[in-house]
Design a protein around this ligand. Structure first.
Ligand code: AVI
Length: 320
């Protein structure tokens, strides 16, 4: 672990939490797991492959907006900002803004998987040799504190691209935004990337691609549970499904039991009927109106937004 990296939660905690969350998830109806458990090393690699799939438009579309308007966004953020990126993954979007920022004070990537995060920081360090990078290994949905940069920051900015916000329930999204509002403080800001509503014919294939990468990503959750928790999910007995829930405005990913079966975890037995799902992810798609209200409810003002020409994805600049 690099000298300037901080690990806020110990790996032992993480395993215990995963176990407790899985037991709770399998005990409720409908069964529902948290999407944060997708991202072990194998899951993070599969997610990187999803981002390059022809059907998965969000990454490409957001990148296009950042490439086209990154300079404009950096002007809005101003000089000497400390940029915090929760769920930074491969940190491959932030350079599109960083390269236009005047004297950025520091970049703070945050990820649960320290190894994946640190392994991906080399290109950023090479591209921005004078930038202080302060990695934090933490689950940003739990309380966290930020490191102090060498340069005094004028303002804290949370960069939260990729429509990760969409993976939270509306209540969780509000709670997270309230936390981020506290983290940036008065006058701080949020640069948020969100996926917008569009026809189901575009949405469903984005979550059920022809090559089966998203299916592998979804099923990896069960493989991970077998590897780390000693459960005995028979992967071949579950199938990936993506559904558009129009009423709730979200894609749902499910793992559906192909047959009647029993699964064992930590001495407990869980019975599945044929077609019974485990809901593994929500991916909410927003409207401009819903985003305005969400900002107002969580203490932010929407100052600017940038979209692609199809209005499929939006970068939102919210000021606290
Ligand atoms: C990380 N998150 C925004 C992705 C999404 O689109 O909801 C996760 C994902 N799940 C399936 N494909 C991608």
């Amino acid at each position: 672990m690099p000298a300037n990296a901080q690990r806020l939660h110990s790996p032992v905690d993480e395993r215990e939490l995963f176990l407790q969350d899985m037991l709770a998830a399998l005990s409720q109806r409908p069964r529902q797991t948290s999407p944060k458990y997708f991202y072990d090393e194998a899951g993070s690699r599969l997610f990187d492959r999803i981002c390059d799939l022809p059907e998965y438009y969000p990454t490409r579309t957001e990148r296009g907006i950042l490439e086209q308007h990154g300079a404009d966004m950096a002007r809005a953020l101003g000089p000497r900002v400390m940029v915090v990126e929760p769920g930074s993954g491969s940190s491959n979007k932030v350079p599109l803004v960083l390269k236009h920022l005047r004297e950025p004070a520091a970049y703070v990537p945050m990820e649960i998987c320290l190894e994946h995060m640190v392994a991906n920081l080399a290109p950023l360090e090479a591209a921005f040799p004078r930038l202080e990078i302060l990695p934090v290994a933490a689950d940003f949905t739990r309380p966290f504190s930020l490191p102090t940069p060498r340069l005094r920051a004028r303002r804290r900015v949370v960069f939260f691209p990729g429509s990760t916000l969409g993976n939270f329930t509306p209540k969780e999204a509000r709670e997270l935004l309230l936390t981020l509002r506290r983290v940036v403080g008065h006058g701080g800001a949020l640069l948020l990337g969100v996926d917008l509503q569009k026809p189901a014919e575009v949405l469903v294939p984005a979550y059920d691609d022809a090559q089966g990468v998203t299916a592998a990503f979804n099923l990896n959750l069960l493989e991970r549970a077998n590897r780390e928790l000693g459960s005995d999910f028979n992967i071949a007995n579950f199938t990936h499904r993506a559904v558009w829930n129009a009423e709730a405005g979200r894609i749902e990913m499910h793992l559906v039991s192909r047959c009647p079966q029993a699964v064992h975890l930590a001495g407990q037995t869980f019975h599945f009927a044929t077609d019974e799902p485990i809901i593994t992810e929500y991916s909410h798609k927003y409207t401009h109106v819903a985003l305005q209200s969400l900002a107002a409810e969580t203490g932010f003002d929407v100052h600017r937004t940038w979209e692609d020409e199809r209005d499929w994805f939006s970068l939102q600049y919210w000021v606290a």
